[in-house]
Design a protein around this ligand. Sequence first.
Ligand code: PLP
Length: 394
Amino acid sequence: MVTKRVKEISYAIREIAAVANEVAKSGKQIYHLNIGDPVIYDFNTPKYISQALADATFEGKNNYVDSLGVPELREEISKLVSRSYKINVTMDDVLATSGVTEGIFFLVAALIENKNEFLIPGPSYPLYINYTKFFDGIPVEYELDENNGWEPNIEDLRKKITEKTKAILISSPNNPTGVMYSEKMIKNIIDIAGEHDLPIISDEIYDQILYDKPFTSPASLSKDVPIIGMNGFSKSHIATGWRLGYLYYHDPENKLEELKEVIAKMARARLSASSVAQYAAVEILKNPGTHTAEMVKKLKERRDYSYGRLRKIEGISCVKSNGAFYLFPKLDFNEFRKWKDDKDFVIDLLETTGICIVYGSGFGEFGKGHVRFTFLPDLDILEEVYNLFENFLK
Ligand code: PLP
């Protein structure tokens, strides 16, 4: 009765949460280290931002708005992007989306069909794999090399380009590794994209959640290769449930006109992104506040603590992340013979201890043998979690 394409969608991050709900029925406490949502921990959406959303609704801004986004918001985003990356983006290059999620959907829908290939990092955020398959394409993963701090393996990327390749994804800082690509690697990828006349899609959702060095923007490094950037308000502005993001086009040689037009068509067909969230986002951009910096400060402590605990465990090796809120350790199955793979490990951990993390194979081929921990909970909870985790391994 239902389609194969939908049956095949799989999203490990939420699927493991369904198993956790079953385990919770037995009365066990569940430690949710699976979902990258700061709002469900001790990070609250700042009051002035919530107030802006409430004001918008009480002022009657509850109608469908421009399909491309509220002009004032598009203007503010274009100023932010132009200023931050020293490029020239106007409001005509900006589209408001229902989260980065919808931006990914639009782009993959517009670029991929008939077994065309989307070159994405491996491991990768699962949506890229899902939507590419959904639109009858093939997600081709270029290796992020764990032995080189999760940097892209540029030779692997180069050799995976074929005449079917339609775009290259840069996802930096990456989910699930939590690591930002180096400037040198981003330049290399831009050069390769230029040689093959391919656009780059840049997922920048974690651009402000960085611990050790500032964000490297692909658009700021590209003179001619078109870059389609995606970002949003979910993570940096602690508003995951608002479902608001945006796309911007850095297109110095006007190569994206057709793509922009078909994406605008899709945007019109879905009417508009949330009106009130967009008005509130204008307030955020005009008055950015200090919440992001405060969140990053707390998260840095939690990253250091979690990494410190993981690295001491026999049979586990872990690259220290420098962004987002994830650590993606590798399990040595010679040491952990009891479990047959990462999924088996994660389910047993959940059922035995209540700790809910995500199996690495949910992030594609290169994720196998790993698990993803978030470090969003506070230090007391993290301490409990890692004590339980160590006992479980014993
Ligand atoms: N891109 C990456 C890399 C993510 O990790 C996430 C959410 O975890 C998203 C996009 C989705 O973001 P949004 O809430 O803006 O749809």
